[in-house]
Ligand binder design. Structure first.
Ligand code: SF4
Length: 336
């Protein structure tokens, strides 16, 4: 008897290939990997990605892949709401747009008109732009910014290639942030002080409710512990902290779980940030995203942002700071 269970359509059954990316070796590699997918040539990725009136939720269930070549700018100034960890020259780049995961609170739902995933294949141009910027002084570069780069490693091995690039560039520090749990994919790489591997964690109940398609936090934590044991610089990010019912117990328990799973004193640092979102993005998210209470909380409007009130912010960050302070020096606890 045929199964009546819902099965999501196969992801990447369609791959758009921009003319400028057509002859790139990375394109050939990705197309070999997805040899059963239909390939559709396009003149520019924005012809597909920026079309008006797209079915964002339907695309998220069955995203297409868009292979493109980035031109123009390769390094961007980080948002004012991103922690800079004391670095004067803090930039990010965009090697990919969008994410295989589906967090209910993700700002990408408000930022991009499409849920398809764009991969820029011309990594050598990103390297050249980074070299040029390094000639002007030390640089801190967030690589996994408008995406989750390690979660795309099975499609395009950019995390590995950036680590190898970074290793021989004194003055360059990269942060690679993820919710993935696949440290084994990188276990054969010799650690380098030029890279910080950062895992984002949430209480299990928060992840189950708001972080669809992500590995459970316990698995992410095990990956972080393995990386720490292997000698990597490891950052943990509790961001966004959500004021869900019972948040105090949930986040206190999370810190206890972290302290049990790894030697917190060896962590590079911990980054804490309550939910905050550009108000325009929030408006788009309410139209595009699955309805969820996290989008409809009565946030306070602060200039371009919607976020918790100053009192709520204080109570949430104070609790987490005091929990972490039992395990890690205060100067290694950063609050956004
Ligand atoms: S893992 Fe990050 S980038 Fe991916 S959907 Fe979740 S919040 Fe967005």
């Amino acid at each position: 008897m045929p199964s009546t269970e819902y099965r999501p359509p196969r992801p990447f059954s369609r791959i758009y290939v921009e003319d400028a990316a057509r002859d790139h070796p990375e394109t050939a590699r990705v197309l070999r990997r997805f040899s059963r997918s239909r390939t559709v040539p396009i003149s520019h990725y924005k012809d597909i990605f920026n079309r008006p009136r797209q079915e964002w939720r339907a695309q998220k269930e069955s995203p297409a892949l868009i292979l493109a070549a980035r031109h123009g700018e390769f390094l961007y100034d980080a948002s004012a709401y991103t922690p800079t960890f004391g670095h004067k020259r803090f930039h990010y780049n965009a090697l990919a747009l969008n994410c295989v995961y589906d967090c209910a609170y993700c700002y990408l739902q408000g930022m991009f008109p499409s849920a398809h995933i764009v991969l820029f294949v011309n990594i050598e141009d990103y390297f050249a732009a980074t070299e040029a910027a390094l000639a002007e002084g030390p640089l801190y570069l967030a690589l996994s910014y408008d995406t989750d780069l390690p979660a795309l490693e099975h499609i395009i091995p950019y995390t590995r290639r950036w680590i190898e690039f970074t290793r021989t560039r004194p003055g360059l520090t990269v942060e690679i942030r993820t919710k993935s749990a696949s440290f084994n994919r990188f276990a054969d790489i010799t650690p380098t002080d030029n890279a910080v591997l950062a895992w984002t964690l949430s209480p299990a109940s928060v992840a189950a409710r708001y972080e669809a398609k992500t590995p459970p936090p316990a698995q992410r934590l095990r990956a972080a512990a393995k990386a720490l044991e292997a000698g990597w610089r490891v950052r943990l990010c509790i961001d966004p902290v959500l004021r869900v019912p019972g948040w105090e117990n949930a986040y206190t328990a999370l810190v206890d779980e972290i302290a049990e799973a790894l030697d917190a004193g060896k962590l590079e640092d911990v980054s804490l940030g309550v939910f905050r979102i550009n108000r325009d993005y929030l408006k788009h998210m309410k139209r595009r995203a699955a309805p969820t209470d996290v989008l409809y909380h009565p946030y306070e409007k602060r200039s371009a942002l919607a976020t918790y009130t100053a009192e709520e912010h204080k109570s949430m960050t104070s609790l987490l700071r005091s929990c972490f302070a039992r395990h890690i020096p205060a100067d290694r606890i950063h609050i956004v």
